[in-house]
Each structure stands twice: as structure tokens, then as C-alpha cells.
Design a protein around this ligand. Structure first.
Ligand SMILES: *Cc1c(COP(=O)(O)O)cnc(C)c1O
Length: 400
């Protein structure tokens, strides 16, 4: 980033402050400590701990148009703080890592794919990933890019890597909760000259750090557990290669897929409680998964934190937390609908990761290869006993 030109405008002070060393998070070792301080500027007397959102379409800019803050589609100080916060969580203590915030997870995902791929390139996508990926696939193919797919489980993407320019991994996969071996796939992809992006939405940076596992990009929707209140859409890309990230940044500028300052600020504010939320939600998710596993009906419960889960072995090697999503399958669509209807503490709603538990019959959307009775349950911050009781009562009530 170019230095601000000479002058005494306030933007220079703001820019200088944004570039300053951080106020402690970078040296913290505990996850919650890091989360509460992440991205905060050095304390300034009479200024708030987390500066408020900067609403600006343009910044005072006399003379040559140099950064850091020129026009609101290119940069914003509120994004800068948030991007630093996410970068500290995705790759603590690592220099040269860059994070870019986006308007949504899909904006972030698209920016990596469309900035890195050209007509004639091949890309490998998961066949069981986020439900919008098939639409992305159609668009990539319309631009002359070859798209190959393979499931997440069993590292099946290994078999279709030859000649690919980019490997896209989603682990744990949404909604099936399969896990692949990121280090192994990265090794194979890099040996073939392919870049690797990991969708880190479900794990959050506290649960998994893709860059430490060798990936070139960690990409995520911040709409889910990262911000955790079900009230904003946000996305981000963290990467380690300045040239590659410059292309992603250029794509954000071209497409204008930028977060609003209010959303960026709310996201940063919410990250302060990420450690607390992840700890509670993930622990309760395991408790709920165990209760479902012990239910007399066979429910095909999936949770990577369950020692008996097919994903557990690899998950335990590469993840620091197993997420707040539990999936299971009821015998029919009608039973699943009755179950959802009987829940009192769990809203029938899509998305996941929020402090209020949600669940949905995933098959209602079409597009995911799941049974009709498949339920994706997102565990919130309620008391574990209340939540387990509600789920078990709804199972009982819907059985008849
Ligand atoms: C929700 C989600 C996305 C898309 O994020 P948006 O913020 O809704 O655009 C991408 N990947 C995964 C795994 C998701 O769950």
C-alpha cells in the first residue's frame, strides 16, 4: 500500500493509526484473549476502544490520489480494523498475511474463483459443498473454465487434481459434515502447481486455521458463527501471497462486493465474544449429538466431535474445535416437519452459527444430496440442559 502524501488531513492520522502495531492481540496465546483484542488499534486517550463505523463514500484527498483512504469502494478504516482482527485469528503471529472483507461469503468465494481462474483453466470443487456452488459452477463453465467435482469424504478430490489450477475444499462440508485431510490435499495440489482455498465457515478461525495447514486461502462466510447473531451478512478472504491477494482485491474493486461500514463494525464487535460463543456452542453441540446418538431410534447422527463419527479421526488432527452444527436423519419428511414444529427453543430457519439455535429440514431447498428427513441443527448459546430437553421432547412428540 502506498504511503499517504504529505499534508495534515485527518485521513493521514487515521491511516497512520490503522497501520500501527496492535494493542496486544498479536502476542496473546489464548484464543479468547486474542478474540477480545483482535484488530484493536493502540489506545488513544479519549477515544473509544473500538473506533465506531466510518461512514464515508470518499475521503478528503488533496493532491495526488494516494492511499490509504481515497474512495469508499477501495478502502475504509472500519474494514481495516476488522480485516486485521480476522487476520490475527486466521494466522496468529504470521507476517505478510492479508485479509479482505466482503459483503457476503459468496462475494468472498466468487472473488477468489473469478480472480484466479481464466478460460481453459480447470478447478476442483466439492460435490457436497455449500448449496450455491452448483450455480457458481454453471457460471464458471459459461466462462470456459473446466469444473471437476468430487466428494469431501475420503479425500476424493485427490483423484481429479491433475492439471487443475485451483482446488476448493470445504471442511467440514455443509451440510453433510464430512471432513477431508487438508494437509494431504494441499501437498498433492501444490505438487501439481495448484492453489488451494479452504472454506472455513463452519469451523471459524478458532476451530481451524487453514493457512497453518498449508492452504493458500482461508475463505469464509462471516454471516454464520464468526459474527454469530444472525443479523448481518459478511465474508472474507485471508491469504499469504501478496500478488495473489492483489488480484482478489482488484476483483472486489471491480465488482464492488464490499461490506457496509455498519456491518463491518458489528462484525468486529461480535468477534470479541467469539471465544465465548464457540466454547459454549461447540460444547453443547457435542452434548446434543450424544443425546441424539443415545436416542432409541437410529438417527444417523453426524458431528465431527463424536469419537465414533467417520470424520472424527482427521478432524481431531487438524481442528481445534468441531463446530456448532449437528446433523441427523429422521425416517420421513412428515416426521421431520412434525419434529421442527414441536421445537420451542429452536427456530425453524436456515443458516447456522447464531446464539439462538436453529434447525431446518435441509431437503426443502433442493440441491443438497440429503435424505428427505435430514435435519441440520445449529446449536446456540442456550443452557445445554434446556436445549437437550427441548430436542428430546420434540423427538418424542413427533414420533406418533
Ligand atoms: C453460508 C455459507 C456460504 C455463503 O455465505 P453467505 O454469507 O451466505 O454469502 C459459503 N460457504 C458455506 C460453507 C456457508 O455455510
Amino acid at each position: 500500500m502506498s504511503e499517504a502524501n504529505s499534508g495534515t488531513g485527518r485521513q493521514h492520522e487515521d491511516g497512520a493509526r490503522a497501520r500501527e502495531a496492535l494493542s496486544g492481540a498479536a502476542t496473546a496465546t489464548g484464543e479468547s484473549t486474542r478474540a477480545v483484542r483482535a484488530g484493536l488499534p493502540q489506545p488513544v486517550k479519549h477515544e473509544p476502544t473500538l473506533p465506531g463505523p466510518v461512514f464515508a463514500a470518499h475521503f478528503h484527498l488533496p493532491g495526488d490520489p494516494t492511499g490509504p483512504y481515497t474512495y469508499g469502494r477501495d478502502e475504509n478504516p472500519t474494514w481495516t480494523h476488522l480485516e486485521r482482527a480476522i487476520g490475527e485469528l486466521e494466522a496468529p503471529g504470521t507476517d505478510g498475511v492479508e485479509t479482505l472483507a466482503f459483503a457476503s461469503g459468496m462475494a468472498a468465494i466468487s472473488s477468489v474463483l473469478f480472480s484466479q481462474l481464466r478460460a481453459g483453466d480447470a478447478v476442483v470443487l466439492p460435490s457436497d459443498g455449500y448449496q450455491v456452488l452448483p450455480l457458481v459452477r454453471a457460471q464458471l463453465e459459461a466462462y470456459g473454465i473446466e469444473v471437476r467435482t468430487a466428494p469431501t469424504g475420503g479425500d476424493a478430490q485427490l483423484d481429479v487434481l491433475d492439471g487443475a489450477r485451483l482446488l476448493w475444499i470445504e471442511t467440514p462440508s455443509n451440510p453433510g459434515l464430512d471432513v477431508c485431510d487438508v494437509r494431504r490435499l494441499v501437498g498433492a495440489a501444490h505438487a501439481r502447481g495448484a492453489l488451494v482455498a479452504v472454506d472455513n465457515t463452519l469451523a471459524t478461525p478458532l476451530g481451524q486455521r487453514p493457512l497453518e495447514l498449508g492452504a493458500d486461502f482461508s475463505v469464509a462466510s462471516g454471516t454464520k458463527q464468526l459474527t454469530g447473531h444472525g443479523d448481518i451478512l459478511l465474508g472474507y478472504v485471508t491469504g499469504r501471497d501478496a500478488e495473489v491477494m492483489a488480484a482478489v482485491r482488484r476483483w472486489r474493486k471491480i465488482v464492488g462486493a464490499i461490506p457496509g461500514p455498519m456491518e463491518a463494525w458489528l462484525a468486529h464487535r461480535s468477534i470479541a465474544t467469539l471465544g465465548l460463543r464457540v466454547e459454549r456452542q461447540n460444547a453443547t453441540a457435542l452434548t446434543v449429538a450424544e443425546a441424539l446418538r443415545d436416542w432409541p431410534e437410529q438417527l444417523d447422527v453426524r458431528y465431527p466431535g463424536l469419537p465414533t463419527d467417520p470424520s472424527h479421526k482427521i478432524a481431531s488432527q487438524q481442528m481445534r474445535g468441531y463446530g456448532c452444527v449437528v446433523s441427523f436423519t429422521l425416517p420421513s419428511r412428515a416426521r421431520a416437519d412434525r419434529f421442527l414444529d414441536a421445537l420451542r427453543l429452536v427456530d425453524d430457519a436456515t443458516s447456522f452459527g447464531g446464539v439462538r439455535s436453529t434447525a431446518e429440514r435441509r431437503g426443502r431447498w433442493g440441491g443438497d444430496a440429503v435424505p428427505e428427513g435430514f435435519i441440520r441443527l445449529s446449536v446456540g448459546a442456550e443452557d445445554p440442559g434446556d436445549l437437550v430437553a427441548d430436542v428430546l421432547r420434540a423427538l418424542e412428540a413427533s414420533a406418533g
